[in-house]
Ligand binder design. Sequence first.
Ligand code: TXA
Ligand code: MG
Length: 347
Amino acid sequence: MYTKYYRVDPVCPDAAMLAEAAALLRQGELVAFPTETVYGLGANGLDAAAVKRIFQAKGRPADNPLILHIADADNLAELAAAVPASARALVECYWPGPLTVVVERQGHVPDAVTGGLNTVAVRLPSSPVARELIRLAGIPVAAPSANTSGRPSPTTAQDVLADLEGKIAAVIDAGPCDIGVESTVIDCTTPVPTLLRPGGITYEMLIAVLGDIEVDPALAGAQTVPKSPGMKYTHYAPAAPLTLIEAEPVRSAGLLIREINKALTAGKTVGAIVSAELADIVPPTVMTAVYGSRTDAAAVAANLYTVLRSFDDKAVDVIYAEGIAEQGLGLAVMNRLRKAAGYRILR
Ligand code: TXA
Ligand code: MG
């Protein structure tokens, strides 16, 4: 299949191009599009056959449900059987934006979207391109991240094409995503809302509205039955095995250099993912990718997947990554790094 390419302005996208892409969506085709978090792989969310094509293109397990993207907050009531007060308060504060609420679904939401669950995940993105595309399509758009399952999520159209060119009808390129990690997913069907995936709307921002939330134990890497099916799979992983260093800065520096030197001595080709603060102490033979200052979690989030993907074309045997503090977007960054490491963590 030939993948059509549309280049649009991120703020004032070309209306005719978006109308063409929206028509493809209505016809049951797959269209990758930018959001403020990561690029999504869209399909008509009410068309089970179209939704199944998403799973094929990504190689995604069928029991991992998808998020429905809407263009207007009023559309939530058309998908949810009930909108709990917690969900109402959250969407009032943080929509449009990187927040996904899990609510009870209505009967017409296909099983292909929910993985057979009785709940559905819904998000109203803030990206003007995403919103206009969904509005023109006139349907809820089911969209996971537009990567091959298990790979780092795409934050540019080039990342999308690297994984999915020839497998999807079109991609809309509006340049790099602002936030760089996926939306926050919060289950609003539990008595106290449960954080399933940390993201652009931070823990602190959720607490500010709700007062109290539960955090799913699977987020800490605990061996429990995950509530969000997406949490049980290895994710975001670069080609070579990655080990995450999780300690306060001084200990991190020591652990990182010790492990790197051990690997070099064993004759391995080594990669390192580090903060600007540690970049200069990494031995020069190590292939080093810098994610920014460890004091700026938002910048680290924005660079994270590009840094993970930068090792795709490098023949390294092992990669060591330096962790950051879990404040603000740091919680989402560490969640993704732990998964990318398959929970290989040194403390
Ligand atoms: O930022 C984002 O959310 C991006 C952009 C494209 O919007 N999308 C995204 O989708 O990250 P995906 O499919 O990669 O992640 C969706 C997550 C998965 O962890 C999935 O298990 C969870 O949401 N999820 C979806 N429906 C759910 C449900 N009914 N109950 C619990 N978790 C659900
Ligand atoms: Mg994903």
